[in-house]
Write a protein that binds this ligand. Structure first.
Ligand SMILES: Cc1cc2nc3c(=O)[nH]c(=O)nc-3n(C[C@H](O)[C@H](O)[C@H](O)COP(=O)(O)OP(=O)(O)OC[C@H]3O[C@@H](n4cnc5c(N)ncnc54)[C@H](O)[C@@H]3O)c2cc1C
Length: 396
């Protein structure tokens, strides 16, 4: 069986890893000109973490982990206004690392070719497969085309109605980049530091080796992106003090600078014939839910499982039935995490001073004995047995 995977992010690579090991002929195409390193910091936990462990990546992720000992909100002078020492449960359950390092760990174990700088130009479905034309002018006939090409998926646009509003704007813009500045890195230490004023949040983690990763979140009703994202960041954050003037001096231009609207993706049908969507392309939950990479890997595992590629008993059979079972297993969990994410929208970049005060008070409560464990437990909503006993979840 031949599969073409469009998008070599965590979802596409994880699927490729599983399918190639069960005899599928796999090829990936990736729009970026080379492997996408770095990116923003993610907290990785839950079902995707379990998938990574089963793929034998546990030690690799431990090595890539950046320890976070404290979470602190700071004022314009960098003085903490509230702080929380991370409880032991956080380090046990969560691996904090840049998105690119997670993708790299999977990528290094994938043998299938990845064609960089190439995308899907056109796709024609029929009962038995898909004929795909690539942007390099070549054509493929495959049994399955997978759109693992992120929230703004090209494959979704080709295979599903173009004008359907799949992408739901959550009223914020987000930006992230990594910089090297040993003095700033030393000042931040192993804390996750954030500064919030109404409608704006800036945060940073130190990555070691003098590197820092920056995250910016801004309430913005207009989903349209600014013509010059770097200038927009300087305009909105340049006068806020703390480490921001120095950090913004290091700000790169896109695409090294990640800049996007914050979105969730809602798609009713995840497959059309033998074209299927995977990861953020069909299930983006947004950074407010903090679960996207984990669910992307879990989705890849569930799809592989339903296609009979994980060694679990009882799967495979007709490809289109497998695709339908994959959606039935994944979608309820995704909808739940998306709801959780939308409830969190007001708290990362609070709109008013009372919300900022309420958030600080909550963090102070959480810093009382036992409070950190409860807070972390409620945010790390990991109670999904999506991938635990696969056979038990199959219906039909
Ligand atoms: C700021 C931020 C913080 C986040 N924090 C967390 C967190 O703490 N924990 C967590 O689990 N998740 C987090 N997420 C979400 C997580 O990063 C995503 O859910 C996850 O990366 C989705 O993986 P994916 O492979 O589906 O998509 P992506 O990672 O978007 O990968 C898609 C790939 O497809 C490629 N591509 C795009 N278009 C095309 C095309 N037309 N043709 C070919 N290739 C294409 C892209 O270049 C990319 O390599 C965060 C996201 C953001 C933005």
């Amino acid at each position: 069986m031949k599969v073409l995977v469009c998008g070599a992010g965590v979802a596409g690579l994880t699927l490729a890893w599983h399918l190639e090991r069960s005899g599928w002929e796999v090829e990936l195409v990736e729009r970026a000109p080379a492997f996408r390193d770095g990116g923003y910091m993610i907290d990785f936990y839950g079902p995707g973490h379990e998938v990574a462990r089963r793929m034998g990546l546990g030690d690799r992720l431990e090595q890539a982990r950046h320890p976070v000992t404290e979470l602190a909100y700071v004022d314009h002078h960098g003085r903490p206004t509230s702080r929380l020492t991370m409880p032991a449960e956080f380090a046990e359950k969560v691996v904090s690392l840049p998105r690119g390092e997670l993708a790299r760990a999977v990528h290094d174990d994938v043998r299938a070719p990845v064609r960089y700088g190439v995308s899907v130009e056109a796709a024609a479905r029929d009962r038995h497969g898909v004929t795909v034309r690539l942007t390099d002018g070549t054509e493929r006939r495959v049994d399955l085309l997978v759109g693992a090409d992120g929230a703004h998926s090209r494959v979704r646009g080709l295979a599903f109605e173009q004008d359907h509003p799949f992408v739901r704007h959550l009223g914020h813009h987000v930006a992230a980049y990594t910089l090297t500045d040993p003095e700033l890195s030393r000042r931040v230490g192993q804390r996750y530091e954030m500064l919030t004023v109404p409608g704006l949040m800036a945060g940073t983690y130190a990555l070691g080796g003098g590197r820092l990763t920056m995250l910016f979140l801004r309430r913005e009703a207009d989903p349209g992106l600014p013509a010059d994202p770097r200038a927009a960041l300087r305009h909105h954050y340049g006068d806020l003090g703390w480490i921001l003037p120095e950090a913004l001096r290091h700000c790169p231009d896109p695409p090294v600078l990640y800049y996007d609207q914050v979105t969730q993706v809602h798609v009713d049908e995840w497959s059309r014939g033998r074209v299927v969507l995977l990861g953020d392309a069909c299930q983006a939950v947004s950074l407010f839910a903090g679960h996207g990479a984990s669910l992307a890997m879990a989705g890849a595992w569930v799809l592989a499982d339903e296609l009979g590629a994980t060694g679990e008993p009882g799967a495979a059979g007709d490809v289109r039935d497998a695709l339908a079972r994959y959606q039935r297993r994944m979608r309820p969990v995704v909808l739940e995490v998306q709801r959780f994410g939308r409830r969190f929208v007001h708290w990362m970049a609070p709109s008013g001073r009372w919300r900022i005060a309420a958030r600080d008070a909550m963090l102070r409560l959480a810093s009382l004995p036992g409070g950190g464990r409860i807070l972390v437990g409620s945010l790390i909503n990991e109670g999904h047995d999506l991938i635990s006993s696969a056979g038990g979840h199959r219906q039909g």
